[in-house]
Design a protein around this ligand. Structure first.
Ligand code: GRF
Length: 221
């Protein structure tokens, strides 16, 4: 199967982007990172991607004012020009309209630093500590029009310690993010993830080291 041409959309430092680029260095990985696209000219990840030899592009949302659709049409044009098949949001800080989401059905992934459906939105680590939860984590899901929702592809958990700071917890979660995002993209790019009744079902064999991060609904082994 040819490797799926994948774009990573970023707005900032791009550590998840780097984890995906690293994973895709393996020729057996089913996705190739064909493009990194930022909505901010100053995103640190752009330089990191260029240094890694990945093609980059920038569509500055500010030049479109309040016209969200025009911004998204410009994004879509760039993605189509690069013959992109899968889109990974990785710290992409723009809310996307239903129109854009509809261009990428079960082909656009997002990573969120919380155990969805808990703690949608921003500042998840501080909110988790303040809520007194004992576990927190990260989730990769297909993007649907509602923010931080959509079928869960992979999810992992970390403990919350009594003396945790938001920064310490964020670092613990980030290491997990870098583990589960490449796993989720690998499965989607191999056409092993199917949505049934709003939930992801994964087909094919799953190794024990991956199973802990995948939905209980994993299909026939
Ligand atoms: C990550 O915590 C991700 O889950 C969230 O935004 C952050 C992006 O970090 N959506 P990075 O740019 O990948 O380092």
């Amino acid at each position: 199967m040819p490797r799926k041409r994948t774009a990573i959309l970023i707005s900032g430092r791009g550590s998840n982007m780097t984890a995906l680029i690293e994973a895709a260095r393996d020729r057996d990985y089913p996705a190739e990172i064909a493009l990194v696209l930022s909505n901010r000219p100053d995103a640190d990840g752009l330089q990191r991607a260029a240094d890694a030899g990945i093609e980059t592009a920038m569509v500055d949302h500010r030049t479109f004012g309040k016209d969200r659709l025009a911004f998204e049409r410009a994004l879509q044009d760039v993605l189509l020009q690069h013959r992109i098949e899968i889109v990974c949001l990785a710290g992409f800080m723009r809310i996307l309209t239903a129109w854009f989401v509809a261009q990428w059905p079960e082909r656009m992934l997002n990573i969120h630093p919380a155990l969805l459906p808990a703690f949608k939105g921003l500042d998840t680590h501080r909110r988790a500590i303040e809520a007194g939860v004992t576990e927190h984590g990260a989730t990769v899901h297909f993007v649907v029009p509602e923010m931080d929702s959509g079928p869960i592809i992979a999810q992992g958990r970390v403990p919350v310690h009594p003396d945790d700071t938001a920064a310490a917890l964020a670092a613990r979660v980030l290491a997990l993010e870098h583990r589960i995002y490449p796993l989720a993209l690998k499965l989607v790019a191999s056409d092993r993830v199917h949505v049934t009744n709003g939930r992801c079902v994964i087909t094919g064999a799953i190794g024990p080291e991956d199973a802990a991060y995948l939905p209980a609904l994993a299909g026939p082994q």
